[in-house]
Design a protein around this ligand. Sequence first.
Ligand code: MTE
Length: 320
Amino acid sequence: MFIKKAVSIKPSEITPKEIYQQRRQFLKTSINTGLGLAATGLLATHTADVFAGYGLKTLKHVKNTKYTVDDDLTEYKDVTTYNNFYEFGTSKSSPAATAHKLNTTPWSIKVEGHVEKPATYHLEDLMNEQTLEERIYRLRCVERWSMVIPWLGFPLSELIKKVKPTSKAKYVEFSTLYRPEEMQGQRRGVLDWPYVEGLRMDEAMNPLAFLAVGLYGEVLPNQNGAPIRLVVPWKYGFKSIKSIVTIRFTEQQPVSSWTRAAPREYGFYSNVNPNVDHPRWSQRRERRIGEFLKRKTLMFNGYADEVAHLYAGMDLKKYF
Ligand code: MTE
């Protein structure tokens, strides 16, 4: 993630004026995380000057109060302008400036490998079958910054159950779209395109693993991985692959793009772990975007209760 220098952005590539104007239409939102927790006195009220959307299509959804955090939400403008999406360049600002070139309709996902129902699924059909949920998750990047985002989507396990993996399926491999005409970062060999990521089957089936199609009540902005991306909140952000077009069920552990690029630095598991340093920096602390002081990084990004059992007995220094 620190491989190439930031690209310079041409004036012609900056965000269109209308979008800035919409951003200035400031909406102050108080997002309640729901009545379920109110009864227990744990109601977390996320009051922040957080949402001034691009006016993208809104998505009907329900709030899933089981999946929330007490932390303040990261402002929408930060969530959508400080991005890692190397298909659109290596600087944090280039995805917001150039991702509008990506055409996300129509969109389909090819499901292949060890499944009973391999097929190409149209995104609209998949979405129509699901009740979209809002879940507030932390996302911790390997680069030591983090955000708190209200995602909209559905559990990855729902899709997996639908396609019926066979007993040979031990892992799930995801690939991003390869379309260099629209994703100019792919014209350079920064990574081995298309971007690939993977999960072990039980990780993929864990209730936290989420396929997001929106954030802050609206469809995903392109720079955040439109129209569909993974969110795996207990792992470093690079596992949360964007703009997915292929899901393959495999017997062998997939080799992710980052592992291929730098195997000593980016392992298959990539669980957020303050006790295992990245070879070039410590992972003990992080900067929450929008905050000044650093905070301690939590084991499994604070999701230990939900996922620690997946790694029981494993040496997490070896399986980093
Ligand atoms: N997915 C693809 N296809 N390409 C990328 O470069 N970057 C990853 C991940 N998913 C990336 C990707 C990294 S390093 C992070 S931290 C998160 O996306 C960032 O997600 P965000 O920009 O929505 O915060």
